[in-house]
Design a protein around this ligand. Sequence first.
Ligand code: MGD
Ligand code: MGD
Ligand code: MO
Length: 803
Amino acid sequence: MTNHWLDLQNAKVFLIEGSNAASNHSMSTRWIDKARANGAIVIHVDPRFTRTSSMADIYARIRPGTDIAFLNAIINYVLQNKFYDEAFVKTHTNALYLVNKDFGFQDGLFSGWQSDKHNYETATWAYQLDGAKKPQKAASLDDPHCVLANTKRFYERYTFQTAEAISGVPAEQIKLIADTLVKNRPATILYALGMTQHTTGVQNIRSFAILQLLLGNIGKPGTGINALRGEPNVQGATDMALLYNYLPGYVAYPTANEQTLEEYAKAHGTFRVKWLINGLKAWFGDNATPENDFGLAWLPKATAGKSYSIFTMLDNAQAGKMKLLYVVGQNVMISNPNLNLVHDALGKLDMLVVQDLWRTETACFWEKAGTDPKTIKTEVLLLPVAYFMEKEGSITGSGRMVQWRYKAVEPPGQAKGDLEVFDQVFRRVRQLYQNSNAPKDEVLKKAVWDYSGPDGQVVAESVLKEINGRNWKTGELVAGIAALQADGSTSSGNWIYAGVFAGGKNLSKRRDNKTDPSGLGIYPGFAWTWPGNMHILYNRASCDAEGRPFDPAHKIVWWDEQQKKWAGFDTPDVPAPTDGPDTPNGQKPFRMLAEGVGRLMATPYTDPDPKEKELIRDASYVPGDGPLPEFYEPVESPTVNALHAGVQNNPILKYPRLKSGQPIGTTADFPYVLVTSTIAEHWCAGSVTRNVPWLNELVPEPMVAMPENLAEQLGIRADDQVKVWSARGEAIVKAQVTKRMDSLQINGKEVFVVWMPYNWGFKGLSKGASANLLTIDAGDPNTGCQETKACLVNLKRVGSTRA
Ligand SMILES: Nc1nc2c(c(=O)[nH]1)N[C@H]1C(S)=C(S)[C@@H](COP(=O)(O)OP(=O)(O)OC[C@H]3O[C@@H](n4cnc5c(=O)[nH]c(N)nc54)[C@H](O)[C@@H]3O)O[C@H]1N2
Ligand SMILES: Nc1nc2c(c(=O)[nH]1)N[C@H]1C(S)=C(S)[C@@H](COP(=O)(O)OP(=O)(O)OC[C@H]3O[C@@H](n4cnc5c(=O)[nH]c(N)nc54)[C@H](O)[C@@H]3O)O[C@H]1N2
Ligand SMILES: [Mo]
């Protein structure tokens, strides 16, 4: 989230798109309801009418995978009619920056397309630079080469009528939604999996960014782009480098081209190298010195441009190239798409280690129906672990708030907390390698590993202390990011968490829910929010160029002329608190981008470091599939791309990845669109909830939901047994015939969408067919996020469950 949960109460409009917040983030409704009581308007865009739709003033039914067409029509309307916030756009975005004159877009492809390599050369997307390698700016927004002009030209094709033909949302309704957003500010956007689980997932979110930047809806109370995160600690997990291409704190993972700190700085900038040095110091301690580049050589290096996502792992397992897979808290035999292939891959491993609470479908993959366990050579080890109330530690929620949780009960039997398991595994592995001289094993020998208290038990807080960081000479815990140095005198396991343990106090334990000086829901003494206890990111953008709040009645930060520093109810999001609006640092509301302003076009730019000859201060990354979001059909689609039939799907996508096991179905055999998701009554893979009898009573089995008109066509009645099959697998489940689903008119043809929950499998108290037997394992080419919100299936009645 750019903003945070309590801030939802400050919005005048909610655009909830690709999220069933009322079911899956039910706490959000407390703050949405508070805003509604003050007259806020709720817009919900979803292929299904859900509990969230029932709280909406405007519900728009959309075809899965077509949000870019829908959003681009709104953006086009804003641009054509100059409904954008001109002061905000000129000061806080790259609208005035001049773009390379060779930039263009034609027939579905941006300039720089390399058909042999299947990707883009991005030079033509770049800014025009001056002699000091700084971007050149136009005198006015009318300059035909500025970002805003390029953006406007790109969006012209997206009329309300075009968007209706692609998405199924009626043109008048798109206009109504656009007008509602234009006339009522601030507006906030809430999104989740309906937007991300697509082969255009990153560009879906880019559309949100462009819309909110144009409307001036960033950095202020009641605004923002708010990802409602999933698993309780998934925000914390991604902060701590669960993502394969990052070290903790979203610091680019070093590749084999970056063997030294200098090479790393050349590629990623001196800004990021500082965080890397503090990380290395935290991980390797006294072994990390300036002379040995703080032990950078000991970190395993990635191959540049290679994906290390779960798909790569499973593809490697499938090809027999992976020996051991260690699965912690994930039930891949339920939650990954194309499950028949996953099953095949697990059976080709030498060993599978599962660290879980239960004997899950993954731990028991050899029990799947139709499998002869004798043909599987994989040895499986199950390590039983404690559940959340049986251990202590921190949880970071969607609003980046870190909260401490305490242990309530002892774990049963031999189960141990994950931290304790990792501690024991690490110590034993290190023991095994103590006599090795191989360079690749240095990482094991040189790592700092001491998380034990006096009694030898691991102490969770000692991990949080390492994450916070220390002054390496005095041993004192650092007070915040500003204290971190690039010379090895400080450490921090994750720079964005520096300050969580300021003054030796675990601030994530704080619980002051009374003190809110802003009156806007910012409680600085409740827990601790990264970075630096900042609740609203980009909050510098809530002020004009001079540092005065655009909306004095809802101010959160400002430039204090008397004190000569940035001040406020929230921690100001500025590079340096004493660098005023008359300095370059005072005009960088988006300081994590090399140019410091919000990007309407995402152009490649590296910022030269004035202090370091030949090095850059910062490099910013661009999505591989374009500087602006273009609509492409899902891999399996019920229609042709209405904008450019020659480029049907995301052009940089490489799918299928394997020679077999990844077939692509077409409408001739699979006429219906399947969307999958979770339900309020079960949790994800269902490993936990399908073992709770009360929840099984609420929703005892999986189903396929379909509209009444489709059920009638196929002769299906409610509760009939229905076979659902795709190019990859089949499932037999109960029919749910419902008015909540409906068909859509797409490119002049009727298209039917059906839905299945993905929470079932063959273990647990409630068993049922897995939806992921049907889904496709194509992923967004930038992130690898699976396209489990759109694939093609067929349906047939196979029997009745009625007496
Ligand atoms: N009770 C409960 N709560 C949960 C979970 C749970 O299992 N149970 N899971 C947690 C986890 S891990 C996560 S990630 C979150 C998920 O939270 P959500 O993202 O809300 O979950 P979904 O229901 O998968 O997807 C949201 C909506 O997107 C819609 N959708 C599908 N395709 C599209 C599309 O192309 N465009 C648009 N506009 N909408 C689309 C779906 O119909 C669905 O209603 O919930 C978390 N909360
Ligand atoms: N078709 C389709 N597939 C999807 C999705 C979809 O919308 N559609 N959503 C996707 C999303 S967003 C997600 S997050 C995934 C979720 O998929 P998974 O992560 O596979 O599912 P979970 O059920 O949340 O949890 C996995 C396991 O963690 C175990 N567990 C719980 N607590 C602990 C603990 O403290 N320690 C350890 N070691 N284990 C623990 C549980 O017993 C469970 O077996 O599914 C994805 N798959
Ligand atoms: Mo999730």
